[in-house]
Design a protein around this ligand. Structure first.
Ligand code: MN
Ligand code: MN
Length: 462
């Protein structure tokens, strides 16, 4: 055997999907990603993601889950958790005590929330006070067009849905930044301090209400507008969830259109591709469960996050009609924690270790462990479970690679994997490599996005 032959047989040589895929396959990738961009544009908040998902699932024959009913092989259900997270499931042919196949992603995205007492006026300009949500670099949110989305619950309990800034005919909002001419002191500050949390005030108007007896004329004019248009008063803001998100739409990036740029691809890229996978899976033997969770970016807390008992109760409600305990089901279950990972960026190569970092176009990234420093805070998947998933990916011609979250001592992070593993489920992280993660405009390769979908489909069909 020559050295070349021996090398081919023994060495691991990851390949660029652009080399491996045919033109026909690349065309399929592009068509898939066109649908994905529509999802990104509609679903900028967790609530809108749930709205999109319910509409899509209903069209595909899923019905609202009823815990008092017994479900049988082929039945398709969904559970809407408070309009902010959702679980979809297809009942498999295998008995439920053999476990379920779970894919869990999240639909909340780093953003800027309004404070309860948000509206104020200063120097005859009106603003919203805000409190950011999740890990953002605050300076990235200045001087870009912003939309306002969410709900206001009025005194009588009725709900007003608000979305301003998404239509071309809508106004948008903005956080101002300082002109370079006068930024001598600001530019000496660290990037963390240049724009502070309390600087993130949203400009919302400047035209006064014409009455000299009024002190805050601009604020009153905004309140009048809100009352005329939505029938809401200032106190209604106290019971609202209003989110500020970038206004721009998802776009193709590059001469070759090989990449998608868009807001909140972490982790709506996995949400969309897993939702597509459960709808399109054809040979469900093991019950398939698709979870789109809320609150991941702030630690999965709350009753719509994955630390809550929602998933456990759902499994229990499915299983009780077969006289099976949820712990029996969970203990035999497998889970893909579907979340994004860092993509090697030649502009910032110092923070990653090139061999163990995901590369653009090298496929879906399987991440055995995340965490910080000495693997702190990760569930660290077992060799056996990684082996099982590796076989599924290889058997189905999924282009995949491995990744880590940065250099060993550089920082780190976590995913929902640890919380699901705590329920005695086998879990591993898998997802799409992202450039500019957590920025208002994140980048992902189209082939990697498609390979995530293919991986999820193979898992449900396994
Ligand atoms: Mn994520
Ligand atoms: Mn994130």
């Amino acid at each position: 055997m020559t050295g070349k032959e021996l090398e081919k047989k023994l060495s691991l040589k990851p390949k660029n999907a652009g080399i491996i895929l045919s033109d026909k396959e690349l065309n399929t990738v592009d068509l898939f990603c066109d649908k994905y961009k529509d999802f990104l544009d509609f679903s900028k908040t967790e609530r809108r993601s749930v709205t999109y998902s319910i509409k899509y699932l209903k069209e595909e024959g899923f019905i609202e889950f009823d815990p008092s009913k017994k479900y049988f092989a082929g039945d398709k259900v969904y559970l809407n958790n408070r309009g902010k997270s959702i679980i979809a499931a297809i009942i498999g042919k295998e008995p439920i005590e053999k476990g379920v196949n779970i894919i869990a992603s999240h639909i909340d995205v780093p953003r800027i929330d309004l404070k309860p007492r948000a509206l104020y006026e200063e120097a005859e300009i009106s603003y919203f006070k805000t409190h950011y949500y999740g890990g953002i670099k605050k300076y990235q949110w200045t001087a870009i067009p912003l939309s306002l989305m969410g709900v206001v619950v009025k005194k009588d309990g009725s709900i007003v849905d608000i979305s301003i800034g998404e239509l071309d005919s809508d106004p948008v909002f903005c956080i101002t930044d300082l002109l370079p001419h006068l930024s001598k002191d600001q530019m000496k500050k660290t990037m963390n301090e240049g724009i502070t949390g309390e600087n993130l005030n949203i400009l919302v108007g400047s035209r006064p209400f014409r009455d000299n007896d009024i002190a805050e004329k601009v604020k009153l004019n905004i309140l009048k507008y809100l009352f005329d248009k939505y029938d809401i008063i200032e106190e209604d803001f106290l019971s609202s969830e209003l989110e500020i998100v970038p206004s721009f739409k998802a776009r193709d990036i590059g001469f070759d259109r090989s990449i998608i740029g868009g807001y909140g691809q972490d982790d709506r890229v996995c949400a969309f591709s897993s939702l597509k996978a459960i709808v399109e899976a054809e040979e469900i033997k093991t019950t398939a469960v698709c979870i789109l969770a809320d609150k991941e970016e702030i630690g999965s807390e709350g009753n719509t996050g994955l630390k809550s008992a929602t998933m456990k109760y759902f499994i229990a409600d499915l299983a009780k009609h077969y006289n099976v305990e949820s712990r029996t089901v969970l203990s035999n279950s497998s889970c893909l924690s579907a979340d994004v990972n860092v993509c090697f960026d030649p502009n910032f190569k110092d923070v990653t270790e090139v061999k163990n970092t995901a590369h653009l176009n090298y496929g879906v990234v399987l991440t055995k462990y995340v965490g910080s420093r000495g693997k702190s805070g990760t569930s660290d998947a077992s060799a056996e479970f990684v082996g099982k998933i590796r076989k599924i990916l290889n058997d189905n011609n999924v282009i995949w690679q491995t990744g880590e979250l940065g250099k060993v001592d550089q920082g780190g992070g976590g995913t929902v994997a640890a919380y699901i593993a705590n329920l005695n489920v086998d879990v591993v992280d898998i997802g799409v490599p992202i450039l500019s993660m957590h920025s208002p405009f994140e980048l992902a390769s189209k082939t990697d996005i498609y390979m995530a979908y293919k991986a999820f489909l193979s898992f449900y069909n396994s």
